[in-house]
Ligand binder design. Structure first.
Ligand SMILES: C[S@@+](CC[C@H](N)C(=O)[O-])C[C@H]1O[C@@H](n2cnc3c(N)ncnc32)[C@H](O)[C@@H]1O
Length: 231
């Protein structure tokens, strides 16, 4: 039985099938891992140091690699929720001995983690007041990286992309989370979301390229979402 399974695997790993087979396996696993709104998959129970973190753990590993190589001075996060991703980023900054996180959310939360490297801002990420505060912080820092993980509707993400892109330093990343929704490949009925916003943005802004090498683990919530500023 086991031998049978192994030979089936080997069959599909052969050259004529390999690419389609991998796409199928990766797509199936992405759907399984994500689940459905009424029955979310295991990512929904992801925590960092006890704080709920609404991310794919393989993306968090990629974040760690980016922070190590790019060493941003300021990480701007739109969309805090419980504060798990902000705490993760701050913990990485602790390990590097470098960096600060400013995280924006429209909703107050009773108990977000306190950390000397995190500043929380309350408000709409696209409001003039919030943006001005973030811009002032960014101007004081050298290297700036931005993560967009707030309202996932296309219009909002596109507004954020247009606003925050100029703050990203050359060589740093502008990461758009959850480009996998609206059928890329999960949550088919979401409607235009982050992926559609990224595609529109990349057509109008030649300073950024989608760095597909960041998707090399095969499972990511951010396909085409790791945008690197190249000029
Ligand atoms: C997906 S959650 C963020 C998850 C968090 N980054 C993490 O990985 O644990 C999205 C958050 O965006 C916030 N949000 C929604 N619309 C927003 C807006 N216009 N401006 C700022 N935050 C917003 C929501 O309140 C919610 O907490």
């Amino acid at each position: 039985m086991n031998g049978h399974k192994v030979s089936l695997w080997r069959f599909f790993e052969r050259k004529p099938w390999r690419a389609a087979w991998r796409r199928f396996v990766e797509g199936a696993f992405a759907r399984l891992f994500y689940g459905r709104p009424e029955k979310p998959g295991p990512w929904h129970q992801c925590t960092w140091m006890g704080v709920p973190t609404l991310k794919c753990p393989l993306d968090l590993w990629i974040y760690q690699e980016i922070l190590w190589t790019r060493r941003p001075d300021l990480i701007v996060e739109c969309g805090t929720a419980y504060g798990g991703s902000a705490l993760f980023l701050a913990s990485m900054c602790d390990l590097l001995g470098h960096g600060h996180v400013v995280s924006v959310d429209i909703r107050p939360w009773a108990e977000r983690p306190r950390h000397r490297r995190i500043t929380y801002l309350l408000g709409d990420s696209t409001s003039p007041a919030i943006f001005q505060t973030v811009r002032d912080l960014a101007f004081r820092e050298g290297q700036v990286m931005v993560l967009l993980d707030s309202d996932h509707r296309c219009n909002h993400v596109l507004r954020e992309l247009r606003l925050y892109a100029p703050l990203v330093s050359v060589g740093q990343y502008l990461i758009v989370e959850d480009t996998n929704i609206n059928g890329h490949p999960v949550l088919e009925h979401f409607g235009p979301g982050p992926m559609e916003a990224v595609e529109l943005f990349l057509e109008e802004d030649g300073r950024f390229l989608a760095d597909r090498s960041m998707e090399r683990f095969g499972l990511t919530f951010n396909p085409k979402g790791y945008l690197k500023r190249i000029r």
